[in-house]
Design a protein around this ligand. Sequence first.
Ligand SMILES: C[S@@+](CC[C@H](N)C(=O)[O-])C[C@H]1O[C@@H](n2cnc3c(N)ncnc32)[C@H](O)[C@@H]1O
Length: 287
Amino acid sequence: MIVWRRMKTATKTVLKSFLPRRVRTFLKTGFYSFLDAVDLIRGADPMIPPRRFYYIGSGDFKKIGEDYLTRFIRDCGLTHASKVLDIGCGSGRLAVPLTKYLNEQGSYDGFDIDPRGILWCTKNITAKYPNFRFCVSDIYNKEYNTFGKYSAKEYRFPYKDSSFDLVALTSVFTHMLPDDIAHYLAEIARVLKPGGKVLATYFLFNKKSGYLNTIRGTLNFAYDCDIYRTISDEIPEAAISFDEEYILGLYKDAGLSMAGPIEYGAETGRQDIILGETKVSPTSSPR
Ligand SMILES: C[S@@+](CC[C@H](N)C(=O)[O-])C[C@H]1O[C@@H](n2cnc3c(N)ncnc32)[C@H](O)[C@@H]1O
């Protein structure tokens, strides 16, 4: 496994050094389209998006989604009737397993700035599960949406106050800049019900302990911008690692508290997980 990862990283590094980004994207899309055609002939699972939509990251699409579902039930109090918001929902990695868990009282909303996954999810998930809704938010991101109209740090989520039991962001804050995250956390606090949970993943570093989750050496956060480090000075959003204390300060500023200790991914190859929650007000009814 480690040898395979190292080979992949070495190949990527070599390709990056002499092929422009556009050419690499073109080749990758062509390669995945070929594999999609093979899958189609062999009878593809209709609830798994084609591989050319795997801009969301590599790994086992189905297993990663199912692992998160287990975690939502175990750590976030997810019930069959929960209302879930998936920010940066990509091509439905979390939505697909949730279709088997949420009932008609429950609901799922996902938004993303890249229309490709949203189109696939609307066509393949909402058509069968109308309480699963997806929308495109045309927000600028130098990695994912270079023509975006809106700025993430000013964007108001298209949902009413106190409407969700759980908000999830998997591998999303790892592609966003500090002011944008600060604003998103405030918006999350607004749309969560009292006592609601927010599960978000990060690459964290801790200046005091010297801890840095480099995801087993496949990412090199070489550019130091004090509170964050990035793998690319040209496109910082390609992958960003944050100072842990800074991020915890943002939760406090947004009125979110910790619902448990940070779960570091260093041992497992996953990203670090922060589970936050909104306060239960004395007057609010139990969820
Ligand atoms: C690595 S992918 C992860 C997708 C999905 N969360 C998953 O785990 O399968 C990162 C996603 O974040 C989205 N994204 C980036 N900036 C965003 C923003 N400001 N608001 C919402 N989504 C964003 C990207 O378009 C992309 O789909």
